[in-house]
Design a binder for this molecule. Structure first.
Ligand code: GLA
Length: 528
């Protein structure tokens, strides 16, 4: 064991998994789990941070001052940005005087912030918002010939000052770092922030420079880490940041996120389509959504992009998965993001200068086994259904984003196991034109359906069945005890439905419908 982090082997209990057609296989799972001596466990940023940072709009120009930042906080409320989840109002470089005071403390710039940073943080808090600040893990920050003082070797002093001001978020930059090891510098500030006792989101701004790469150690040190150099307000800069993040999905999760830099939406350098692509892909990447434009004067159209709650919901999904690439060829890229309720978000990106068709399938997204799926276009808000093909004509530099929901698994679907007498038969009134009959009257006469769940937990299972009178299914999940579900219907050709709650494991689950004692209803389909 060496370095900051030790790893230990955890052997989970031997699990018996039943694989259809193979029987019971003992599988011993070995899990490698990082156990840093002082892992970051601040409980913050369970979903990617949302808010504002002034850098992309003001840099260090004279408009960067307390009047502007107060106005931004006001606009969070008046424009409804707080209502859709934006809550951090963060200030960037150039907030300080070039020199520390005689006791060694950082000093707010006397003309930009004459009321002081504490007063500004108090104002932001009075709006029910949170306040963030910036410094560098170096002797000076990044800006200007002289730069402003950095926090290297002043970590605890500065962390204490930030905490006393009511800071909720620290962006910690990488300039003037004296070639000191990055993990060492960022870990020093992590520990200093923790020692203040104040919950402070820790944003590592190291740009993915040092080896080992920040994404391999960032989760133990910060809540998010920049993976790239600075974004600019143009298409090629924006899209290249996306591609740097393409292979980093495994490092993201609740409390620890890849950061491809702040948003440019509203700054004027890209078309509306390009800004929609920018916002869509940041949400697909589970990236922080830090608005970088002056929202006090942003256009209604750009505000509409920033307030698209369907897209925001992808970013803020509680499962915290970053999208992965399904296919990429000739500038046509398909991204897939697994969502907590089992849905998928799919982004069809066209990087080319002319319209192209971008296609994938539900099964390529890991959503097989259903006869139909709902596709909700999260920009046009239209909904349609598909039997599996997902395809759109995508204009230049645009991205079509669908939320894909599995509608149902047909009882007769290939892949289900029909035991004993259970058999598919045509049924004109049934979904998919067929149902399964002769279920029950002996344990073997059962239908077993595999379903996959992205996370463990309870789900609502809707059962579409046909029966004349009342009969029962005995439903067993993953080989567990069967629950009797009584079902009443009017005829063998009129589907009826019933919902039950089932508890699923993450991954593949088997749901078995039978009845050892008597015949069950016919089964049309199930929906989760
Ligand atoms: C670096 C950072 C930017 C910004 C500037 C401020 O370039 O990467 O995001 O904070 O410094 O000087």
């Amino acid at each position: 064991m060496s370095g900051l982090f030790a790893h230990k082997l955890l052997t989970t209990a031997t699990t018996l998994m039943t694989v259809a057609g193979i029987g019971a296989l003992p599988i011993a799972a070995l899990v490698l789990q990082p156990t840093a001596a002082n892992a970051l466990e601040n409980g913050l940023a369970r979903t990617p941070p949302m808010g504002f940072n002034n850098w992309n709009t003001t840099a260090c120009d004279s408009t960067f001052n307390e009047t502007t930042i107060r106005g931004i906080a006001d606009s969070f409320i008046s424009l409804g940005l707080k209502d859709v989840g934006y809550n951090y109002v963060n200030i960037d470089d150039c907030w300080a005087e070039p020199a520390r005071d005689s006791s060694g403390n950082l000093v707010p710039h006397h003309t930009r912030f004459p009321s002081g940073i504490k007063a500004l943080a108090d104002y932001v808090h009075s709006k029910g918002l949170k306040f963030g600040i910036y410094t560098s893990a170096g002797t000076k920050t990044c800006n200007g010939a002289n730069g402003f003082p950095g926090s290297l070797n002043n970590e605890q002093r500065d962390a204490n000052l930030f905490a006393s001001w009511g800071v909720d978020y620290l962006k910690y930059d990488n300039c003037n770092n004296q070639d000191i090891d990055a993990q060492q510098r960022y870990t020093a500030m992590r520990d200093a922030l923790a020692a203040t006792g104040r919950p402070i989101v820790f944003s590592i701004c190291e740009w993915g420079r040092a080896d080992p790469k920040v994404w391999t150690w960032g989760a133990n040190v910060g809540n998010l880490w920049r993976t790239t150099g600075d974004i600019s307000d143009n298409w090629s800069s924006m899209i290249s940041r996306v591609h740097t993040n393409d292979d980093l999905a495994q490092y993201a999760g609740p409390g620890h996120w890849n950061d491809p830099d702040m948003l440019e939406v509203g700054n004027g350098g890209m078309t509306a389509a390009e800004y929609r692509t920018h916002f869509s892909l940041w949400a697909m990447m589970a990236a922080p959504l830090l608005i970088g434009s002056d929202i006090r004067s942003v256009s209604t159209a750009d505000l509409g992009i920033l307030k698209n709650t369907d897209i925001i919901a992808l970013d803020q999904d509680s499962l915290g998965r970053q999208a992965t690439i399904v296919s990429s060829s000739g500038g046509l890229v398909v991204y897939n993001k697994v969502l907590a309720n089992g849905d998928r978000a799919v982004a069809l990106l066209n990087e080319n200068a002319s319209t192209a068709t971008v296609s994938t399938t539900a099964s390529a997204l890991g959503l097989s086994g259903s006869s139909s799926y709902t596709l909700k276009d999260l920009w046009t808000k239209t909904t349609r259904t598909t039997t599996g093909t997902i395809s759109a004509s995508v204009p230049a530099h645009s991205t079509v984003v669908y939320r894909v929901s599995r509608i149902a698994v047909e009882a007769e679907a290939t892949g289900n196991t029909l035991g004993g007498t259970a058999a598919a038969t045509a049924c004109a009134t049934c979904s998919g034109g067929a149902k399964v009959r002769f279920i029950g009257n002996a344990a073997a006469n059962a239908v077993t359906i595999n379903v996959s769940a992205p996370s463990a937990g309870t789900r609502t299972l809707t059962i579409d069945y046909l029966v004349s009178g009342t009969r029962s299914f005995f439903i067993s999940v993953n080989g567990g005890a069967a629950t009797e579900v009584s079902a009443t219907g009017t005829s063998w050709s009129a589907p009826a439905s019933k919902t039950v709650t089932v508890t699923l494991n993450a991954g593949t689950n088997t749901i078995r419908f039978g009845n050892p004692n008597a015949y069950a209803p016919d089964l049309d389909r199930i929906t989760l």
